[in-house]
Ligand binder design. Structure first.
Ligand code: NAP
Length: 249
């Protein structure tokens, strides 16, 4: 993949922003997708341009098919051939038991976390796969340790959506194995970002430290480091892998 342009979804903050800065530092131009916070995306783009790389900001809900198609067209026109995709955009919802949830919540969770990842991957594959005349590339999906732990009493719907990401990663990796596109996932544990506020527990990363063998939450840059390796040519023989970045939990 050398230093070809990368699309990072949900890149305005958290793990996505940390990945954007890491990869810009390694010479990649970055397409920054965001949903609501244009100011954060613009500020990140400025930092990347100050590093000497190109950056464009792309508003789109990853679950909105027309918006995602338009986003990929802008990348084609403004940055050139895509070399990698990080499916980072994802949501949790308020802590609840299954018997307290409604179906609208499940649809939204699966739309963004699963269908958004599949849709962005489809459009990236149509550009990067040698089957479609591309020169190859890499996809990294954001799963979660919730896929393994199940998140009982908190958000089993989120855990199920991330379980789907694990299966999708394995299947797509094998589907594309001879087409120059590697597909991997990272499974973060509890990472200090703003996502926990959306689950109703802004302090979750700190209050959960005791559950983690390393006795501390992770940082966004520690997850970005794993994503960066999977995107890089150093991971040239790694596909279908799911890398736990969870402090041992
Ligand atoms: P975050 O700080 O909440 O950032 C997520 C970003 O995704 C936000 O900038 C958000 O933008 C964007 N986003 C949400 N829905 C979107 C949509 N439909 N379309 C486009 N962008 C959207 O979360 P994070 O902690 O960095 O998490 C990044 C990924 O890692 C997620 O997939 C998450 O599930 C996964 N993960 C995180 C943890 C953790 O402990 N932090 C653990 C395991 C896995 P808006 O605010 O504008 O919507």
């Amino acid at each position: 993949m050398s230093t070809s342009p990368l699309l990072i979804t949900g890149a305005g903050r958290g793990i996505g922003a940390a990945t954007a800065l890491l990869m810009a530092g390694r010479g990649h131009d970055i397409a920054i997708n965001y949903r609501r916070d244009a100011a954060a995306a613009d500020a990140l783009a400025q930092r990347i341009r100050a590093m000497g790389r190109r950056a464009i900001t792309l508003p789109a809900d990853v679950a909105d098919e027309a918006a995602v198609h338009a986003m990929f067209r802008r990348i084609d026109e403004e940055l050139g051939p895509l070399g990698g995709l990080v499916n980072n955009a994802g949501i949790v919802a308020m802590k609840a038991r299954l018997d307290e949830m409604d179906i609208a919540r499940w649809r939204r969770m699966l739309d963004i976390n699963v269908l958004g990842t599949m849709l962005c991957s489809q459009l990236a594959v149509r550009r990067m796969s040698t089957r479609h005349g591309g020169t190859g590339g890499a996809i990294v999906n954001l799963s979660s340790m919730a896929a393994v732990l199940g998140s009982p009493g908190m958000y089993v719907d989120y855990a199920a959506s991330k379980g789907a990401i694990d299966s999708f990663t394995i299947g797509l990796a094998r589907e594309l194995a001879t087409e120059g596109v590697r597909v991997n996932a990272v499974r973060p544990g509890i990472i200090e970002t703003e996502i926990h506020a959306d689950g109703g527990e802004p302090d979750r990363a700190q209050t959960s430290a005791g559950l983690i063998p390393m006795k501390r939450p992770g940082r966004a840059d520690e997850v970005a480091a794993a994503i960066g390796w999977l995107l890089s040519d150093e991971a040239s023989y790694t596909t279908g892998a799911i890398v736990d970045v969870s402090g041992g939990r």
